[in-house]
Design a protein around this ligand. Sequence first.
Ligand code: ATP
Ligand code: MG
Length: 329
Amino acid sequence: MNGMLDTVTSEILEVLPAGVMLADETGAVFYANRAALEYMGIDRDGLKEINVEGMIRQTSGKKDLMFRTRDRERITVRLSKIPLSNGCSAVILTDITEIHRLQQELLKMDKLATVGELTSGIAHEIRNPLAGIKTTAQALKEEMPENDHRAAYVTRIIIETDRLNKLLLSFFDFAKPKDLSIRTCDLKKVIEDAVFMVQDGARQNHVQIMEFYPPGTVRVQADSDMLQQVFMNICINAVQAMQSGGRMEVHLADRGPAVEISVKDTGKGIPENIRSRIFDPFFTTKPKGIGLGLSISYRLIKMHSGSITFVSGPQGTTFVVTLPKEVAI
Ligand SMILES: Nc1ncnc2c1ncn2[C@@H]1O[C@H](COP(=O)(O)OP(=O)(O)OP(=O)(O)O)[C@@H](O)[C@H]1O
Ligand SMILES: [Mg+2]
């Protein structure tokens, strides 16, 4: 320990829940308390390598850095440099991991809201003329003689307008999510119904489905339609990720005040470079995808105060949804 610090001061510094480092005029660190070492994932020997001038640009005096602690945990730390009267400087390290995470989440919500407003505006403008096209086509078809070969063309127009209309409706859903209609629901049934809806697709892709439920009924306070949509979106993605066969496992676990639902596939996995974007609206890697499945699911789960995460590797992907049994709204 350096002579510049008396025993009491250093004792206090050691138990302080914030990181403190002291550096000389050249930026070389001659002291770091326990929290600082913990944040940076180094021991006292590692201090020799550290120069605060290199870490913090003098102009701003503040910087956020990512560190990996010794437990390999990723944390975000804010460094603030304070010049001291003797030419030395103190650097305060604050763990802002949680703040950083919340900021990212807010940004994501903000982005969703903006896209939502935009799409609902456009969708609305398109729906009216579309309705006009459909009505006109229907009138035309009715006036055609029964054996007119051109009737097939008109039918095509009607089918395509219906398809467009359906697409626009999904945009509306995205832009203005319905209000939550919270009721006590049997989660096992909600999941079973969602899985049932993907059975055809699974059969086509030679995907085997396995469901694991705890004994008894698992009841949650939730909007069952919304939850069913979420699990369907996740299961559809899982099946689509296994074009040449595989296995999808659905697990439901009762965790006391919360429940955990995981959907595991043995598909191609999610490449690392796109992992941060899969919840973004309109992000898709599929030729016929819209890229709304996960962003809608994310929003619906947030409305239930739950969370949705995933892990992915070459063996496949697992999506995990956690929901509180009771929702506070
Ligand atoms: N289980 C999974 N395995 C591999 N990739 C996945 C999986 N789930 C999602 N993805 C990736 O995330 C992207 C976004 O998924 P999302 O459900 O939001 O949109 P989409 O499936 O492409 O289109 P949409 O759901 O609107 O039809 C997908 O295009 C795919 O690249
Ligand atoms: Mg999808």
